[in-house]
Design a protein around this ligand. Structure first.
Ligand code: MN
Length: 234
């Protein structure tokens, strides 16, 4: 069984590089050893736009990509693909990458059975599953390559101006819907909604872009930690 270990670091929804460079800063500190953690969980949408089978898209975040590639050779990294970052298995061969269809992934945390997912797996709108399939299709991504500059530049332009931090009204109703799919779990950890809230067994992770916080496992519990406080000795 996969295990979430003490001093694991979970980062969600950084939306790098358009919404601050905290994500890059953390990767650099992990690289220099200023931050030491047991495992790194990337919970999706840490890149504002990144997908595989395309070189041009990588030019927007090349430093973060190569840092992750280097880090993954010396530490355990789990990457839950989000709706902004997907088809990444070839790009990150040493990272445990889980695509949307493979999520949720079940881990243990002490005695607890924990379901982890980016957060767009369940209780989505009509048509969302199909949309996800299309944008993740290798054939479609390859066919669109001649137009990549126009399409990607346009997306980047729009994404960089998007306001991504909102309070989700009626979030508890949404969580109830989601939890129907996790009946066997003692705890659920997801990003995607940028809420930084714990509702019963459901943990909606902070968005690094919105709340400037991450989550860490301390004494067997998942805690939200502001960016300034993550330097901990292992
Ligand atoms: Mn998302």
């Amino acid at each position: 069984m996969l295990e979430i270990k003490e001093h694991a670091l979970l980062i969600a929804d950084s939306h790098y590089p358009h919404h601050g460079d905290a994500f890059l800063t953390i990767l650099k500190k992990l690289h220099t050893g200023e931050i030491k953690v047991s495992q790194l969980f990337l919970m999706g949408d840490n890149f504002d736009l990144l997908f595989g089978y395309n070189d041009y898209i990588q030019t927007f975040s090349s430093e973060a990509i190569s840092l992750l590639q280097t880090l993954s050779q010396k530490m355990e990294i789990h990457y839950f693909e989000g709706n902004h970052d997907f088809c990444l298995k070839e790009l990150f061969p040493d990272i445990h990458v889980y695509d949307r269809n493979e999520q949720p992934v079940i881990f243990t945390l002490g005695e607890k059975k924990v379901g982890l997912s980016h957060g767009d797996r369940f209780a989505t709108e009509v048509g969302y599953d199909l949309y996800c399939k299309i944008i993740r299709s290798r054939t479609i991504l390859t066919l669109l390559r001649p137009f990549e500059k126009i399409i990607i530049d346009d997306r980047i332009q729009k994404l960089s101006k998007k306001n991504i931090c909102h309070t989700f009204t009626g979030f508890d109703t949404k969580v109830k819907e989601i939890m129907k799919h996790y009946e066997s779990c003692d705890l659920v950890i997801e990003g995607h909604y940028h809420q930084a809230k714990v509702l019963g067994k459901y943990i909606s992770l902070p968005s690094l872009a919105c709340q400037g916080a991450v989550a860490m496992v301390k004494k067997g519990k998942v805690e939200f930690v502001p960016l300034k406080q993550i330097e901990i000795p292992l």
